[in-house]
Design a protein around this ligand. Structure first.
Ligand SMILES: [Zn+2]
Length: 347
C-alpha cells in the first residue's frame, strides 16, 4: 500500500469516528490524534523531503487533501457540538413568559396619615399653613401659656407623661395636645395667624377600645382683627361639609377649655343617616366632632399680642376619631395594631 493510500485510510477511519464524538473535549482529543503534531498526517509531511522525487508531488497533494478534509470535518463537527451546548444552556435558562409576575410589595399611607393629609388640604384651601412643634414639650407651653392653672387635673401625672429633665419633676413632658404649637407660633409671628398643626400627642392612658397612649390631633388657630365666633362657626361648618359631604348641619354646645372663652363642642348632623338616627350616631342624629372656642385674651397676652387689637378662634380635632367615625372603625387600637388586614382595607 502506498503512503497516499495509507493516508486515505486514516482519513476514512477518522471521519467515521467523528460522528460518534459526543462533546467538545472528545473532539479536541480526536483532533490532536488525527491532525496534531504527532499525527500520521503531520509525520508524513515532515518525511516528505526523504520521499523520492517522482513520488513526492502526489504524496504532497494527498497529505494536503487529507489534512484539509479532516480539518474541515472537525470544524463542522465542532460547530454542531457548540450549537447543541448553547441550546442546552438556553433550555436550562428558559423563562416561562406566561407565568404571572411577582409584583413588589408596595407600601401605602397609613389611614391616620391619609385623614391627616385630607384635613390639612381642606384648611390649606382656606389659606391656612401648617405649623410644627416639638413632641417633648415644656409644661410652660403645654399648660401655662394655654391658661391652664397648676391645679388643673390634666396636669396630674396620672394624666400626663413627664420626662425626667432638670430639677423640676413636672417641667418637661410629652405634649398632651398639639396646642403648644399655637403659643410657639404666635411668639415667632405677628398677627394675622392662620395655621393648623397636626401631630402626635401623648397621654397616660392604658390601651383599650377608646384609649391609646399615643394618638394624633390637629389644632387650628386663626388670629386677626375682629375675628368672632361667627368666623369660627362658618369655618368649621365648611370643614364638616368638606370632610363628611355636603349637607351637614352643625350645632355648638357650651363646653369648657382653659384656653378658649367661650368654648364649645361642635356636633355635625350624621352623614350616615342624615340626622334621622343610626348606629354611627348612636341614634341621636348628631356626631361630636371637635372642641373649639374663641381664644382667651390671656393666651393672646401671654405671647405678646394685644387682646384689645386682635382676636381669634381655635379648635382641636382627633385625627383617629374622624377616621373612626367616617369609616366605622370600632376601636382606636386598630390603628396601632400590627395587623395589616385592618390597614389594607384603606389603601
Ligand atoms: Zn346617624
Amino acid at each position: 500500500m502506498s503512503s497516499a493510500d495509507r493516508l486515505r485510510e486514516i482519513e476514512a477511519e477518522a471521519l467515521g469516528r467523528l460522528d460518534a464524538v459526543a462533546d467538545l473535549d472528545a473532539l479536541a482529543a480526536l483532533e490532536a490524534e488525527v491532525v496534531g503534531p504527532g499525527s500520521p498526517v503531520m509525520e508524513a509531511r515532515r518525511g516528505l523531503k526523504d520521499v523520492p522525487q517522482e513520488q513526492r508531488k502526489d504524496l504532497g497533494r494527498a497529505i494536503n487533501e487529507v489534512k484539509t478534509a479532516l480539518e474541515a470535518a472537525i470544524e463542522a463537527r465542532r460547530a454542531d457540538l457548540a450549537g447543541a451546548a448553547e441550546e442546552a444552556r438556553l433550555a436550562g435558562e428558559r423563562i416561562d413568559m406566561t407565568l404571572p409576575g411577582r409584583a413588589p410589595a408596595r407600601g401605602t399611607r397609613h389611614l391616620v396619615r391619609q385623614v391627616w393629609d385630607e384635613i390639612v388640604d381642606i384648611f390649606m384651601a382656606l389659606g391656612y399653613s401648617v405649623a410644627d412643634g416639638p413632641e417633648v414639650e415644656t409644661a410652660y407651653y403645654n399648660f401655662d401659656a394655654l391658661n391652664t392653672p397648676t391645679t388643673h387635673p390634666s396636669r396630674f401625672d396620672s394624666d400626663t407623661l413627664y420626662v425626667e429633665w432638670g430639677d423640676d419633676p413636672e417641667g418637661v413632658l410629652l405634649r398632651t395636645q398639639t396646642s403648644p404649637v399655637q403659643a410657639r407660633y404666635m411668639e415667632q409671628h405677628p398677627p394675622p395667624v392662620y395655621i393648623v398643626s397636626p401631630g402626635r400627642t401623648y397621654r397616660r392612658d392604658t390601651t383599650d377600645a377608646t384609649h391609646t397612649p399615643v394618638f394624633h390631633q390637629m389644632e387650628g388657630l386663626a388670629v386677626d382683627d375682629a375675628i368672632t365666633f361667627a368666623d369660627l362657626k362658618g369655618t368649621l361648618e365648611h370643614f364638616a361639609n368638606e370632610f363628611f359631604g355636603a349637607g351637614r348641619s352643625v350645632r355648638f354646645q357650651p363646653h369648657f377649655f382653659p384656653f378658649t372663652e367661650p368654648s364649645a363642642e361642635m356636633h355635625a348632623s350624621c352623614f350616615a343617616c342624615d340626622g334621622s338616627g343610626c348606629r354611627t350616631c348612636s341614634h341621636t342624629g348628631w356626631i361630636e366632632l371637635l372642641g373649639c372656642g374663641v381664644v382667651d385674651p390671656n393666651v393672646l397676652a401671654a405671647v405678646g399680642y394685644d387682646p384689645s387689637a386682635v382676636s381669634g378662634f381655635a379648635f382641636g380635632v382627633g385625627i383617629e376619631r374622624l377616621a373612626m367615625i367616617r369609616y366605622g372603625i370600632p376601636e382606636l387600637r386598630f390603628f396601632f395594631d400590627p395587623d395589616l388586614r385592618v390597614l389594607r382595607q384603606f389603601r
